[in-house]
Ligand binder design. Structure first.
Ligand code: SF4
Length: 477
C-alpha cells in the first residue's frame, strides 16, 4: 500500500498506525498517489487524510492544532477503523511501554489530565487505561525503592534445547553439535565478564538490587555449570542489598532435580517454568518437544525443592489454539497456584519460523486474542494483580503482555527494566547494558556481540566496551 506524505514528517508514525490495522501490508512511502489506491496525508491550511482502496473511499479534514501529528493519527485511526471494522483498544498509542508513558505524563499533567489525555488524545479505551493505571500505581511503589546508585544485573544464556517456531530471540538449539560445543568456552568467558563487571560495579560504588538470568533457556546448562555461574555472581558482586535473583527455567524439558537444587543452593529466589499452553497439540504446533504433563511435573518438583516464587508464562494466540483451549490452559496454570502468571500476546517477527511462513496477524485473530485477554482479566483479577506490562510490534491487535502477581511477589527486575528506572549491567551474548543517570533523560546502551561464536571471538572487544561504564559514572554522578 502507498502512503503519500505531503508537507509533514510523520510518515514513520503513520506507517506504524496503519500497521495496527494491516500488519502484513507492504508499505511504500511516496509523495503522491497519482489517482491510485492508498493513503494520502497532508498538512497545509488544514490537515487532510484521504484513503482509497477497492470500493472504499474516505476523506477527512481538520483544522491545524497544537499537535498536528496526533490529530492526523486520530484521523487515520478513524478511517482504518471503519475500513477494517476493527478499533485497536490502545487507540493511536503505538509505543511499547504504556505504563511508563502514563507515569511520565502524570508527572507533567497530574492524574486527572493524564486520564483525559489517554482517553481523548490517544483514544485508549477505558479497559486499557485502567490496566495501565493499575500497573503504573504498582510500579511506582517498586520504582520508589530504587536509588540513583542502584543497578540490576542481567546474564544472557542464549541456548535452548530446541527452537520454538514463534521465537525471534537469538537462541541456539543445543541439538546441533556446533552450538553444544560452544557451551564450555561460553561459560568460561561469561564468568570472566562477570568478574570484570563486578569490579567496575564495585569501583563505581554501584549497589546491586536484582539479578536476572535469562536467555534462551539458562537451564540448558548442566547443574554443575549453573552452580559455577551462580558462584561467579556471588564471588564478584556484593549481594548484601540484592533483593531478588531470577532464573528462567522456561522449558520443562530442561528441568531436573539436580539443576533445581543447584539453583536453590545458589541463592535463586524466583524461577520461571513456562507452559505457554497446556495443549499437547498446540505445543507440537510451536515445535516444543515436551508435554503439558512435563510442565506440571517440573512445577511440582520446584515446589517440593522449596521455590516459593514461581512464574508461569502463557501465550495467547498460538497457532491452532482456540479461545476455549486458551481458557483451559489458563485454568490449569491457575490451579498450579504460581505466584506470578505472565500472559503474552503472540508476536510474530520475521526472524521466527512462523513469521517466515507469513502467518497473518489479522483483525479477526486480534479479536480472538482480545477475548483471551478478557478471560485472563476475569480469571486472575482478585487473587492476582497486574504489575508490569509491555507491548511488542507485530502482536495481534497490538495487544499487551501483562505480568500478574500475588501480593508482594512482583518481579522487581521486570519493573526496573520495563520502566528503565535504573542501570542494567549485562553480560553474555546478545546482552545490552543500559546506563541510566537521574540527570539524563535518555539511556546509554553498550551492546555485546549477538551470537555466542562472536561473543567468544570478540571477547576482548566486549571487555573494552565495558570501560564506558566507569566513564559514564565519572561524568554523570
Ligand atoms: S524456549 Fe524461549 S528462547 Fe528458547 S527457542 Fe523457545 S521461545 Fe525461544
Amino acid at each position: 500500500m502507498k502512503i503519500a506524505v505531503v508537507n509533514h514528517k510523520y510518515h514513520y508514525e503513520m506507517e506504524k498506525l496503519v500497521r495496527l490495522f494491516l500488519p502484513n501490508e507492504k508499505i511504500e512511502v511516496t509523495k503522491d498517489l497519482n489517482g491510485g489506491d492508498g493513503l494520502y496525508t497532508q498538512v497545509g491550511d488544514e490537515i487532510t487524510v484521504y484513503f482509497k482502496a477497492g470500493g472504499f473511499e474516505r476523506r477527512l479534514t481538520a483544522p491545524l492544532c497544537g499537535d498536528n501529528e496526533m490529530q492526523m493519527g486520530r484521523m487515520v485511526y478513524s478511517i482504518f477503523g471503519e475500513y477494517t471494522s476493527f478499533y485497536p483498544k490502545w487507540g493511536v498509542l503505538t509505543g511499547v511501554r504504556p505504563s511508563k508513558l502514563l507515569i511520565a505524563t502524570e508527572k507533567r499533567l497530574g492524574r486527572e489530565k493524564t486520564e483525559q489525555y489517554f482517553y481523548n488524545d490517544l483514544l485508549v479505551t477505558n479497559e486499557k487505561y485502567s490496566l495501565a493505571r493499575r500497573v503504573a500505581d504498582c510500579e511506582k511503589s517498586v520504582i520508589g525503592l530504587s536509588k540513583p546508585q542502584s543497578f540490576s544485573l542481567y546474564i544472557s544464556i542464549p541456548f535452548c534445547p530446541t527452537r520454538c517456531s514463534y521465537c525471534s530471540f537469538v537462541s541456539h538449539s543445543v541439538e546441533t553439535k556446533k552450538a553444544r560445543s560452544l557451551l564450555p568456552e561460553y561459560c568460561e568467558l561469561l564468568s570472566k565478564e562477570l568478574e570484570i563487571t563486578g569490579k567496575i560495579a564495585y569501583e563505581t560504588g554501584l549497589s546491586l538490587e536484582s539479578v536476572y538470568i535469562g536467555g534462551g533457556t539458562p537451564t540448558t546448562l548442566s547443574a554443575e555449570q549453573l552452580t559455577d555461574l551462580l558462584k561467579s555472581v556471588e564471588n564478584n558482586f556484593d549481594l548484601s542489598v540484592c533483593r531478588e535473583c531470577t532464573v528462567e527455567a522456561g522449558r520443562p524439558d530442561t528441568v531436573t532435580e539436580e539443576k533445581l537444587r543447584s539453583l536453590k543452593n545458589g541463592g535463586v529466589s524466583r524461577i520461571s517454568i513456562n507452559p505457554q499452553t497446556f495443549s499437547d497439540e498446540v505445543l507440537k504446533n510451536i515445535g516444543r518437544r515436551h508435554s503439558a504433563q512435563e510442565t506440571v511435573t517440573a512445577f511440582n518438583l520446584a515446589r517440593r525443592i522449596g521455590f516459593d516464587c514461581i512464574n508461569t508464562d502463557l501465550i495467547a494466540g498460538l497457532p491452532g489454539d482456540t479461545e476455549e483451549g486458551f481458557m483451559a490452559s489458563l485454568d490449569k496454570a491457575f490451579a498450579l497456584d504460581p505466584e506470578n502468571i505472565t500472559v503474552h500476546t503472540l508476536a510474530l517477527k520475521r526472524s521466527s519460523g512462523l513469521g517466515a511462513q507469513d502467518m497473518s496477524v489479522t483483525a479477526e485473530n486480534a479479536k480472538k486474542v482480545d477475548s483471551m485477554l478478557g478471560y485472563t482479566y476475569k480469571k486472575l483479577n482478585g487473587k492476582y494483580h497486574p504489575y508490569y506490562m509491555y507491548r511488542q510490534s507485530k502482536s495481534a491487535g497490538n495487544l499487551e503482555n501483562t505480568g500478574w502477581c500475588k501480593e508482594n511477589t512482583e518481579c522487581l527486575y521486570n519493573i526496573f527494566m520495563m520502566e528503565e528506572c535504573h542501570t542494567v549491567l549485562a553480560a553474555g551474548a546478545g546482552a545490552v547494558t543500559k546506563l541510566k543517570a537521574p540527570s539524563l533523560g535518555k539511556i546509554e546502551r553498550i551492546f555485546n556481540f549477538k551470537y555466542p561464536f562472536e561473543y567468544i571471538s570478540g571477547f576482548e572487544e566486549i571487555l573494552e566496551r565495558k570501560k564506558r561504564i566507569s566513564e559514564f559514572y565519572g561524568t554523570y554522578f
